[in-house]
Design a protein around this ligand. Sequence first.
Ligand code: ZN
Length: 448
Amino acid sequence: MLSLFDTALGYVTELEPSRPGKFSIYVCGPTVSGDPHLGHGRFTVVWDVLRRYLTWRGLDVRFVSNVTDIEDKIIVRAQAEGLPPEEVASRYEGVWWQTMSRLGVIRPDETPHATGWVPEMVDLIGRLVDSGHAYLAGDGVYFAAETVDDYGLLARQPLDTLRAGARLEASEAASKRSPVDFVLWKLAKPGEPSWPSPWGPGRPGWHTECVVMSLGLLGEDFDLHTGGLDLSFPHHENERAQAKADGKRFTRHWAHNGMIVDEGGEKMSKSVGNTLSLLDLLDAYDPRAFRLQVLQAHYRSPMAVGAGTLESTAGALERLDVFAREYAYAYTARPDQDALAKFRGFMDDDLDTPKAVALGFDLVKRARSARADEASALASAVFDIFERALGLVLNREARAVPDAVLRRAAERDEARARRDWGAADAIRDELKAQGWTVEDGPSGTTVR
Ligand SMILES: [Zn+2]
């Protein structure tokens, strides 16, 4: 079975599904208050690859990812644009799914929306207040984080450090008993969207949404909760604390993907001014190049993105497309089993996609120099790995080569047959000048 680095444990561990043959995953989805950025692009592709790989491995995967459709940023934008918040949320949710389909990310089995689960959230908050884990103060209901004995587990830092590092907004500072406490229910200010609750009209806090929706849809003891590394603390830790305080068995494992950096290794952020827009990037490059780039970085490492890295990835993708065209006949062949076993070995070892991709390119090379029967088994393994397991669909549609060009290629073969190297080179140069790639193979000149 697959092993992953479990953030709660701090080491790589084998994932034993709670129900044999099945695997349940909850991924923290977007707050739909603006266009998706590169970090969104990366986490959705990383966890899409995990989902596809487990399915390819034969597991019945249930994949849930939420949409946060009520949140401060949505309200701020709605007020600035003079629109109802639900209109802003629905506009950016549309952009989100469009972008996901360009990235080749499969839709989650379920996409719970925060606004659809408010009564369940109010119920949880009520239980936490009753049991003394939460309290009403000033502008909302807060969770008393220090009532959970191992609070801070996912931050992997002592409570003192977390207390000292907590950033407090002025309005919260007056209400909180401890700097690490967090809001469960925000009382509505005039003009803000609200839902009824025993503490007054308001809206749920973000950390309460995910714990309620993941347990509500996947049940206790589900297999894996994931998201970007920036969510491990406080978001995921705060979800975990609420589940624990409510006496629920939460997720079995936690996994997090690394952040995006620029080509110089600098973290991308608006304040540094080195941000690249995901949507611009998808307009400028084949979206599959972005997926290949995500695969070529280990999911836990920082991933560099920029024009230079994307150019070279696009070139590598082109080589795979060319291979897929030439070996299209091998799609139905039985894949080389040793190659697939090796691939599984890399993927099962903490999702080592860089090694898996390198193996794929190595198989391409081997297929090109193998005997015909061997070549088709190797090529079939290449297609199985890239397309079915990793979700990188290759382009098998060849651009048609005109008859006149094919005739010149045949004339070049005739010239080579009579050892007239001068004439053969002249035809090659002529075709190259027209933009064709000319290659010599065992069956003569090929042009593409
Ligand atoms: Zn979440």
